[in-house]
Design a protein around this ligand. Structure first.
Ligand code: GCB
Length: 602
């Protein structure tokens, strides 16, 4: 799905701003043919939760309503007008002037609907009903139950089977964009690089709708100079003296696609793309032919007041902090991030592992790693349909991003239980079929899944481990943790000599400002000792291709006795002040080159 941009044939209207808002009282049904009976305001885009002064609203489980009004200039009404949500979390019903226009489930990917038929003259009323409910059929996964109160009214309960606050609402921009009645529907760009010839072929596949008899493709470099042109819905163009998109050294070309009828321009769309080669081979992750070492983070879209809402200044600051530290990458744990963040990473040269919102696919997920409860995850969870849709929508949206180097198809699923392989095999096949750039695929594995018990490792290109030795196990004992870390990596490397291995999570809760002469857990000293220990081990393993720690910043979670106003494993606080360990990591990462750190194996 294309990101909405203004071109000579298109324009974009942004519906960001103040909308009306209310939580639904399920005993008084909402009549969508009338304006919502509320005078409360909410800012869009943002989560609704932390904008409220009332716990009842912040913690509401069920339906919420948003409403705004807009006008469309007369001169635009001859155009195809498309209403587009960057996301709506987690399920949305969209009404225009009281008429149901579309429904979408899945809270982290865009959807859109053409609205010309439902527009009225003058002011138009856009109403959105949202559900923030999750269960065993949705992604993420939550335990859902219902009771009744003293008056016999339904009370909904949601227990997140994951470690982040269930922020919801219209968290990303809502826009109306125009296209001509015949238009460019989608563009896929696939670069194939010949590294020795400094040359690349750029395949573009264009789909159109309506009366289009010709498609032209022009490629421009960063100086807006035309560097190649051709025609056809499937074209193959050659770039000579090609500028590669390298980690932390981005270079973006633009593919300008023009749809014509009788040689007249009908529609035009411009898509940025990078030229780079990604391969996983012989236990290495190669970027443009050289071994790449991931240095970076698991993150969240999480900031004060905005919640999970798009916060562009925070995104820019986060990327700047990463670059300052010498980090080169992050994972979109645990859902696809905003399109704005992906475009920023394209420009900044930040390498992204793009993850679907598949989290909680482990029936008794919790912090007790010694639990011996026998789960039936793959019988209980009914998420396969949602999972396919999530993969389709993530790859459909992000397929052209230069920054995306790998897909993560799940976080910490119960891959050691019977049924895991049968569940995941078709999903990996689907992702590989859908991605025109054929990127590597992985999932991140929870500690309970070991080298010997993981049933799905044959599916992954890279082994991605979330590990908490020294924190959830061997708590505070870094000597024992070091041994456990070392033993486990040695085993993986022995059993899977041809697969690169990386850490996609490791960390320790650390309260900013807490210090300890004895390096006790929760102190800033412990956090630094913990990361020093892990780094020592990583450097000893040839197939170890990256360290993405948990987490970039402290973040909000559901309440629990292990969480004090959220998860404190950030190396930055929630408002992006550094903890002590940042200096150590900065020194380490600046000394580690992105390319060629682990030498090519013979
Ligand atoms: C994990 C999860 C992540 C949690 C983290 C923790 O394994 O993937 O969502 O926040 O551990 O801090 O416990």
């Amino acid at each position: 799905m294309l990101y909405p941009v203004t071109t000579p044939t298109r324009t974009v209207l942004d519906l960001s701003g103040l909308w009306r808002f209310m939580i639904e009282d399920e005993n008084s049904p909402v009549d969508v043919t009338h304006p919502l009976p509320t005078h409360d305001d909410v800012a869009v885009p943002a989560s609704f939760n932390d904008q409220s002064s009332q716990a009842k609203i912040r913690n509401h489980v069920g339906y919420v309503w948003y409403e705004t009004t807009f006008n469309i200039a007369d001169f635009l009404r001859t155009q195809r007008l498309v209403l587009r949500f960057g996301s709506a979390t987690h399920e949305a019903w969209v009404y225009l002037n009281g008429q149901l226009m579309t429904h979408h489930k899945g809270g982290f990917t865009p959807f859109e609907v053409a609205i010309n038929q439902a527009l009225v003259a003058g002011e138009n009323r856009l109403t959105v009903k949202l559900s923030n409910m999750l269960d065993y059929t949705s992604l993420p996964v939550a335990h859902y139950s219902e009771t009744t109160d003293d008056a016999g009214h339904l009370v909904r309960h949601l227990d997140e089977n994951f470690d982040f606050f269930n922020y919801a609402g219209l968290q990303r921009p809502v826009k109306i964009y125009t296209t001509p009645q015949s238009y460019v529907e989608d563009v896929a760009v696939v670069p194939t690089v010949d590294l020795t010839a400094h040359q690349a072929t750029i395949q573009t596949r264009v789909t159109t709708q309506g009366d289009i008899d010709k498609v032209q493709v022009k490629l421009f470099d960063e100086d807006q100079q035309l560097v190649a042109k051709g025609s056809g819905k499937a074209s193959q163009l050659t770039l000579t003296d090609v500028h590669l998109w390298q980690p932390l050294h981005a270079y973006l070309y633009t593919a300008q696609v023009t749809a014509l009828r009788n040689d007249e321009v009908v529609d035009q769309y411009s898509e940025p793309f990078g030229v780079r080669k990604i391969e996983v081979t012989n236990g290495q992750f190669l970027f443009n032919g050289q071994p790449f070492y991931f240095k970076g983070f698991g993150k969240h879209e999480d900031t004060a007041i905005h919640g999970r809402g798009l916060n562009q200044p925070a995104n820019v600051l986060d990327v700047n902090l990463m670059k300052k530290m010498g980090a080169n990458s992050f994972r979109t744990s645990h859902y696809p991030y905003s399109e704005e963040m992906m475009r920023l990473c394209d420009r900044a040269g930040i390498v992204v592992i793009d993850e679907v919102p598949v989290v909680g696919l482990f029936e008794s997920f919790g912090f007790d790693l010694n639990s011996t409860k026998q789960d039936q995850t793959w019988q209980v969870m009914q998420t396969a349909t949602a999972h396919q849709q999530a993969i389709r929508e993530m790859i459909g949206r992000d397929k052209n991003h230069a920054c995306v180097a790998m897909w993560s198809l799940a976080n910490e699923a119960a891959n050691f239980e019977d049924g895991a392989y049968e569940y995941f095999k078709p999903l990996f096949d689907l992702a590989r079929r859908l991605d025109p750039q054929q990127r590597p695929c992985t999932y991140t594995s929870i500690m309970q899944t070991t080298a010997k018990t993981d049933k799905c490792l044959s599916l992954v290109d890279v082994i991605a481990l979330n590990r908490y030795y020294g924190w959830y196990v061997q708590t505070g004992d870094l000597k024992a943790a070091e041994k456990a870390t070392r033993d486990e990596l040695a085993l993986y490397q022995r059993l899977y000599p041809n697969k690169p291995i990386m850490y996609t999570e490791y960390g320790a809760d650390t309260i900013a400002g807490v210090h300890s002469n004895y390096g006790e857990p929760f102190s800033e000293e412990f956090q630094e000792d913990y990361y020093r220990m892990a780094s020592r081990v990583f450097d000893d393993f040839e197939n170890f291709v990256g360290e993405q720690l948990w987490n970039f910043a402290d973040f909000q979670t559901k309440f629990g006795i292990q969480r004090v106003q959220g998860n404190k494993k950030g190396i930055f606080t929630r408002d992006r002040e550094p903890k002590m360990v940042v200096r150590y990591l900065q020194r380490r990462w600046r000394a580690i080159p992105s390319l060629g750190y682990k030498p090519k194996k013979a």
